[in-house]
Ligand binder design. Structure first.
Ligand code: IMP
Length: 433
């Protein structure tokens, strides 16, 4: 059985958690392939709401095995806290959560270095989540990182950690003028993790490839969004990993030939947290309305998200880079009650109109989006159980998006609950022009 990949198509916060949770019902394995506790995947069921930062969104389905792959950077404190909270809710985690022995660790010095660096950059700060993601990936690629497997061997960990903290203290003191960290306190705290993480750490690449050979269906869950990809996003205002489809192969060790479905998650409008260019951003009442109705506040940091119209120029680019086979449109209900809806279809730059998404920041900051205006609707979408039951103007909005991207809409989500979702069977999907 093959691999389905779920990918954010914008700047993250598209509602991937709900879609992965829904799809996991019929799946054997859900595997997270990149990022770290910078992600916040919100899942709602009955009257409960839960935000997952590291553990894959399939954990609330008893028959699903969840994998945190080698491409993820893991804060051991954060992952153990999350496991405990899930257990307190009454779910078994041991035996159902597997963590790659090759995944790199986020340590307190990564957060300290990140905070010091962001302070120093001031106006040029990236506006990170402060979870130490960038510095942890820097150590990984500098080949000085500490991995999950190192936590299981106290002597190795003590030696590696002492060396790493001393090096980082040097940096904190001499480059950033920041306070140094206490080597002994950190070493003493982290050697204790061997017992705690031992039941979860394993060779997840072997596990996943065996599962595929046995005919199991794997869902690979991306975090953040394609426009935050370190190569394809709005660099340098990006995260330090690959949320795009290639990250699935390198972050899990599954071959690309096993991937047969790539679902792009498209929020019905755009949002962005942190700094960086955002062509369709709204600094007016409409933007304020999207933020309040859509509860657009960061699930990890609580920061208000910047809001704007749907950007089809950007989406066509991320559909191309990822090869989306189908898309799931989320939060369509947030648009209910707006008289008219705009969608950007081209950019004007230097007096010329262009369909290209310039991911280079210096150009993207200067483009003027050109909009098509579509009609809004007032009827409550949450009652609809099929595409045909949606108000005509909502159907037209979705059809416009689908035709423009040339990618089939397979799911529409109109609220946080599992039930507030329409599955669009291929035969019923609006016809792509
Ligand atoms: P970092 O991933 O913490 O290094 O942050 C880099 C950029 O990615 C910042 O603009 C963050 O706001 C953004 N970012 C990181 N994780 C998420 C996420 O899960 N949703 C939305 N934005 C994110």
């Amino acid at each position: 059985m093959p691999v389905t990949v779920v990918i954010g198509s914008q700047w993250g916060d598209e509602g991937k958690g709900k879609i992965v949770d829904l799809l996991s019902e019929d799946l054997d394995v859900v595997a997270r392939y990149q990022g770290g506790a910078n992600a916040g995947h919100t899942i709602c069921w009955d009257d409960q709401e839960f935000v997952l930062h590291l553990v894959p969104s399939g954990i609330f389905h008893d028959n699903t095995t969840c994998v945190i792959g080698n491409g993820v950077v893991i804060d051991p404190v954060a992952v153990m806290d999350e496991i405990k909270t899930i257990q307190d809710l009454g779910y078994d985690v041991e035996g159902r959560l597997l963590i790659s022995h090759n995944a790199h660790l986020i340590m307190p010095y990564h957060k300290a270095v990140e905070q010091a660096r962001e302070r120093l950059r001031d106006a040029d700060a990236i506006g990170t989540t402060g979870r130490g993601i960038g510095p942890a990936y820097m150590d990984k690629f500098a080949r000085t990182g500490i991995r999950m497997v190192d936590l299981l061997d106290r002597d190795t960990l003590r030696a590696k950690l002492t060396h790493a903290i001393e090096a980082k203290n040097n940096l904190l003191r001499s480059v950033y003028g920041a306070e140094e960290l206490n080597v002994d306190a950190i070493v003493d705290e982290y050697v204790e993790f061997d017992r705690l993480v031992d039941p979860y750490v394993t060779d997840t690449t072997q596990y996943l490839n065996r599962a595929l050979a046995e005919g199991k269906h794997v869902l690979a869950e991306g975090a953040q969004g394609s426009l935050l990809d370190v190569d394809f996003g709005t660099y340098p205002y990006v995260t330090s990993s690959h949320p795009t489809v290639g990250g699935c192969c390198t972050g899990l060790g599954v071959p690309p030939t096993e991937i047969n479905r790539v679902i792009g998650i498209v929020k019905a409008y755009s949002t962005r947290v942190g700094n960086g260019p955002f062509p369709t951003e709204l600094d007016d009442e409409a933007g304020e309305r999207l933020r309040s109705v859509g509860h657009e506040f960061g699930a990890t940091t609580g920061r208000p998200r910047r809001c704007g119209w749907l950007d089809l120029v950007a989406l066509r680019y991320t559909a191309q880079v990822n090869g989306f086979t189908d898309i799931a449109v989320t939060k369509l209900d947030v648009l209910t009650g707006m008289d008219e809806l705009k969608v950007a279809t081209t950019y004007r730059y230097n007096g010329k109109e262009s369909a290209r998404f310039p991911s280079e920041t210096q150009t993207l900051e200067k483009v003027e989006p050109q909009y098509e205006t579509l009609h809004g609707w007032t009827a409550d979408l949450r009652q609809a159980t099929s595409f045909e039951e949606l108000p005509t103007n909502a159907q037209d909005y979705l059809t416009f998006v689908q035709d423009f991207l040339g990618v089939r809409i397979s799911l529409v989500s109109m609220g946080p609950k599992r039930t507030q979702t329409i599955t669009v069977p291929p035969a019923d999907a609006p016809v792509v022009a």
